[in-house]
Design a protein around this ligand. Structure first.
Ligand code: IVH
Length: 673
């Protein structure tokens, strides 16, 4: 069939537009259109190509969905070998490296390029006449596996180079990896489908790239950053590593924004500390930094030895994973009665911190990983996340070991435990009879964001519960001075202080009070919303599930928990007693009626990074005052992300989801409106 010229033009234009937007998004990190518009253009091109298959081009963005599965990977020979890196594990080893280099080069000062060491797998991309023709893994450095179809699904990798000054043949080397947000999302998806989860982003990246079915790769959130070149024919590249990478960027290849030129070994070590301090906020996992001599001429002078260049070195960070022994499994009971199995471990250093406990989440997780007392386990600690047992080394298991099963009675109060349908957690049915739940309910009630009773810390609450002085949170208000003074490590003065703090806490707000009650599914922002919408406790207490669900962001589950809480006579009694002892809040004087005051109603904001003109807490309150909901995590439903200084993975996720992002100035403008 002859394709009409205007159709051909239209397809070419769509291809160019889509590739251009890909470049803005992945290389410049500056999207020009929302994701939905990109998808619309892509569908338009797909429709044209379906109607006129001859329009199909190897660099069409529609080619990114993957192709028919292979039966095996073909072998690729790397004419320029793919090198590995030598490692330095401390500052001394970096000094040794620099000394060796200086002696060989007979120079005093050396300029380096420092880059993050990405934790994925190396890939080589071969472009001929600007077109991506072959992609391969590193393999043993001389021979790898051809993964062209898989690599084509990675949107950060251009299918055609931009401009017209690229070499006739260009091999780009870089790392294929999975950002943290994508990794978390993938593992959640895998769990929901009952499929195997990945131990860390690197395994997930490797497992995703080495797929015989490229359509599977296409569904995985992989990305790519360039860090070197291999074969180059038909053009001269710049004479420094820094300039080469920036040249790659002009051709549409993504490079790391964290790349930096530094001077001498001190420059390298400063960079190391800087990146290490920000490690947890980076949107992807790194296992160290890499220092490379910047001048190509010096690189050539030094050459390489046994597959590693003499002109570069990886300075590794403390590992985030470690092997240790699982000594025992304890079961903790939380505020809402949830039984959480906790692994007691033989102490081990992970990422610079000594770890002795790790969460095992719930029974399903224990079964899935088959974790048993006595096992040798791989422990992982990423950032400020609670350490987790990733995997068991089955071959090191003692013969006598037994599968672990959560008890059917609460280990604290002996009440029965139940598991609600569709829930992974098992709960103690003891409610406030259970000292564990009671203790945490009181701790929560007294905490800063709830009733804010200064000085009533966890240790003191423990004494109150163990001494049976406090059965419900209302009892806090009726203890005598003598009773307080009689507690361990409590002098007269501290007793006076605590009594003053308790007195002060009586004057609160409805939002704080509701949060302090510890109703399931009612966090700080929901409590604020309820206070705002109902205005009085009485109205809220008589609300039905239907009434509650009319409020934006209150779903059926939260509504059920709220109604159930106020139906329980015990809870009603406690509330009444609290009011009788004098807990009060100002009746809402102004109903939020004026439209301007509620200009952000129905919108969900996420705050991330540091703000300079106010605390995040303050910003949150001001947004809530305008009717907005402020949430802790970014999803497709988020209306807007406020990104302060050093915003990390939440910003990344917002960008990945196409959620609107504003900076501090944007926030101020919004609040002042
Ligand atoms: S350069 C010519 N730069 O680390 C030297 N490698 O341990 C080639 N890697 O196989 C490597 N980030 O997969 C280089 N910024 C970076 C890197 C990096 C991660 C990986 C790469 C390499 C491995 C060596």
């Amino acid at each position: 069939m002859k394709i009409p010229t205007e159709i051909e033009l239209q397809a070419a234009q769509l291809r160019d537009t889509l590739n251009e937007h890909n470049y803005y998004y992945y290389v410049l990190d500056d999207p020009h259109i929302p994701d939905s518009e990109y998808d619309r253009l892509l569908r338009e091109l797909q429709a044209l190509e379906a109607q006129y298959p001859e329009l199909m081009r190897p660099d069409s963005p529609t080619q990114r969905v993957g192709a028919a599965p292979l039966s095996a990977f073909a072998e690729v020979v790397h004419t320029v070998p793919m090198l590995s890196l030598n490692n330095a594990f401390d500052d001394d080893e970096v000094h040794d490296f620099e000394k060796r280099v200086r002696e060989r080069l007979r120079v005093q000062e050396i300029e380096y390029v420092a880059e993050p060491k990405l934790d994925g797998l190396a890939a080589s991309l071969r472009y001929e006449e600007g077109l991506l023709v072959k992609a391969a893994t590193r393999g043993d450095g001389s021979r790898g596996e051809e993964v062209t179809q898989n690599v084509k699904t990675i949107k950060a990798i251009p299918l055609r180079l931009r401009g017209d000054d690229f070499p006739r043949v260009l091999e780009v080397r870089g790392e294929v990896f999975m950002p943290k947000a994508g990794f978390d999302h993938l593992n959640k998806q895998q769990t929901a489908r009952g499929e195997k989860t990945f131990a860390n982003p690197r395994n997930a990246a490797a497992g995703s790239l080495r797929q015989l079915d490229s359509r599977v790769t296409g569904r995985r959130p992989l990305t790519f950053l360039s860090y070197a070149v291999g074969v180059v024919e038909g053009a001269q590249l710049p004479n420094s590593h820094h300039d080469i990478l920036h040249r790659l960027q002009t051709w549409g290849l993504p490079i790391s924004v964290y790349m930096q030129v530094v001077n001498g070994v001190q420059g390298c070590l400063d960079y190391y500390q800087d990146i290490l301090a920000h490690r947890d906020n980076l949107p992807f996992d790194i296992d160290g930094v890499v220092y490379k001599i910047n001048r190509v001429e010096q690189q050539e002078q030094l050459g390489f030895v046994s597959r590693a260049p003499r002109w570069a070195i990886a300075h590794k960070f403390p590992a985030q994973e470690a092997l240790t022994q699982l000594l025992d499994i304890d079961v903790q009971v939380g505020r809402t009665g949830a039984l959480t199995p906790v692994a007691r471990l033989s102490p081990v250093n992970v990422g610079g911190v000594t770890v002795t406990n790790a969460t095992l989440h719930n029974q399903d997780e224990i079964i899935r990983k088959d974790v048993r007392v006595g096992d040798t386990v791989i422990l992982r600690r990423a950032g400020d996340v609670i350490p987790e047992v990733v995997r068991v080394l089955a071959d090191k298991r003692p013969d006598s070991s037994q599968p672990f099963v959560l008890p059917d009675k609460c280990p604290v109060c002996g009440s029965d435990v139940t598991r609600a349908e569709g829930e992974a957690v098992v709960r103690c049915t003891g409610g406030l009879i259970c000292p564990a739940q009671r203790k945490q309910a009181v701790q929560h009630f007294a905490s800063r964001r709830a009733m804010d009773i200064d000085g009533l810390g966890d240790k003191l609450v423990e004494q109150l519960i163990e001494g049976d002085l406090v059965k419900s949170v209302a009892d806090i208000y009726t203890l005598s001075k003598e009773q307080w003074a009689g507690l361990e490590r409590m002098g007269k003065k501290s007793a006076n202080n605590i009594i003053k703090a308790i007195e002060k806490s009586k004057s609160t707000t409805l939002a704080h009070f509701l949060y302090a009650l510890g109703i399931r599914e009612v966090g700080e922002s929901t409590a604020g919303l309820l206070a705002q919408q109902f205005g009085s406790l009485e109205k809220l207490m008589s609300a039905t599930e239907k009434d509650l669900q009319k409020i934006p962001d209150i779903g059926p589950i939260a509504a059920k928990h709220i109604v159930a809480f106020f139906q329980q006579s015990y809870n009603r009694e406690v509330i009444q007693r609290l009011q009788e002892v004098g807990v009060h809040w100002a009746a809402p004087t102004e109903q939020p009626s004026a439209a301007t005051e509620q200009s952000l109603a129905g919108q969900t904001f996420v705050l991330t990074g540091t703000l300079s003109s106010m605390t995040r807490d303050k910003a949150k309150k001001r947004l809530q005052a305008l009717g907005a909901k402020v949430s802790g995590s970014v999803s497709k439903k988020t209306s807007c992300v406020v990104a302060g200084e050093k915003a990390g993975s939440k910003l990344d996720k917002a960008q990945a989801l196409g959620v609107k992002v504003i900076d501090e100035a944007g926030l101020m403008a919004l609040l002042e409106q």
